[in-house]
Design a protein around this ligand. Structure first.
Ligand SMILES: *[C@@H]1O[C@H](CO)[C@@H](O)[C@H](O)[C@H]1NC(C)=O
Length: 291
């Protein structure tokens, strides 16, 4: 079987001598929002010309900029800075080039920048990684938010007796423990929820409430509350007031009918008066003739 050009290129790459930091590529989101007391997931990926890397020999670490000893994540927790211990976790599989980092229980000083670095240990049991095969660095800065964003509400005008939908949505950066949206009215059956990644690391959760407004709902408020999960529960909410329009009335039929009936009545009345008038006149003339 003939090799396709692509396969040949792959072979050349594998045969070429390894090493060299430029052969490793890492991609970390450069900055993102993080809500204090909640969590954040920093998307991170890396690649190496060698297609399969021996996972057991890969050592992923996250550290504070400019100081590789200030580890915020490492497999061996004893080497991690005390105030990050138990709060950081690699979510992806290093063997698949996924170095996404989760930081929970965000503190106001967790702004970073934090950098990812990968090392290839000489042996699987080598934890000291004195013999670094190669490494790469890429960093993220976290913008601290002490208060959550208020959710945004979108809807059309409610009309009495017609299905009405309100959408409540909010952005967040904690997909492993996503916010919960609740409504001041309706049951779970009236709500549909969706969760999507808007851009790398930034997620949007939306909840759509559907109900049929009645006349009594007019001037009532509908509130959407978002619960951001974490060590503490943080909430934010937005509300709207329903101004229920009467369902489309039948003026477009009633008005022409009224006009038509009215004109007919007036015309009929006039005819009646005319006939009456002429009858009188004829009677008068007949009477004159008779005498
Ligand atoms: C990396 O892993 C995380 C957590 O399992 C996952 O959500 C994400 O989609 C992965 N990223 C890629 C590029 O595969």
């Amino acid at each position: 079987r003939l090799n396709t050009p692509k396969e040949m290129i792959t072979k050349v790459t594998i045969l070429s001598p390894p090493v060299g930091a430029e052969e490793w590529k890492a991609s970390v989101v450069s900055s993102m929002d993080a809500l204090v007391d909640s969590c954040v997931v920093v998307p991170c990926s890396f690649s190496h010309p060698k297609e399969t890397l021996p996972t057991a020999r890969l050592r992923g670490q996250w550290h504070r900029t400019n100081d590789r000893d200030q580890l915020i994540y490492y497999k061996d927790e004893t080497r991690v800075l005390e105030n990050f211990r138990g709060r950081t976790q690699l979510l992806g599989e290093l063997g698949k080039g996924n170095c996404s980092l989760e930081i929970t229980d965000i503190k106001s000083h967790d702004n970073g920048p934090f950098c990812f670095r990968i090392e290839l240990a000489r042996t699987e049991t080598d934890t000291q990684t004195k013999d670094k095969f190669s490494f790469v660095e890429d960093c993220v800065t976290l913008r601290m938010m002490s208060e959550p964003n208020a959710p945004s509400l979108t809807h059309k005008d409610p009309i009495q007796g017609r299905p009405f939908t309100i959408t409540c949505s909010v952005m967040h950066t904690c997909p492993t423990n996503k916010p919960e949206i609740t409504w001041s009215r309706g049951s779970a059956d009236d709500v549909t929820e969706s969760h999507r990644e808007i851009q790398r690391g930034l997620w949007e959760i939306s909840s759509v409430l559907t109900f049929i407004p009645a006349e009594k709902d007019s001037h009532q408020d509908v509130t959407c509350t978002v619960l951001f999960q974490g060590r503490k529960t943080i909430t934010s909410s937005s509300k709207m007031t329903l101004y229920v329009r009467r369902s489309e009335n039948y003026n477009y039929i009633i008005i022409p009918v009224v006009v038509a009936l009215g004109s007919a009545a007036i015309f009929g009345g006039l005819c009646f008066l005319m006939v009456k008038k002429y009858k009188k006149r004829i009677e008068e003339l007949q009477r004159q003739d008779g005498t």
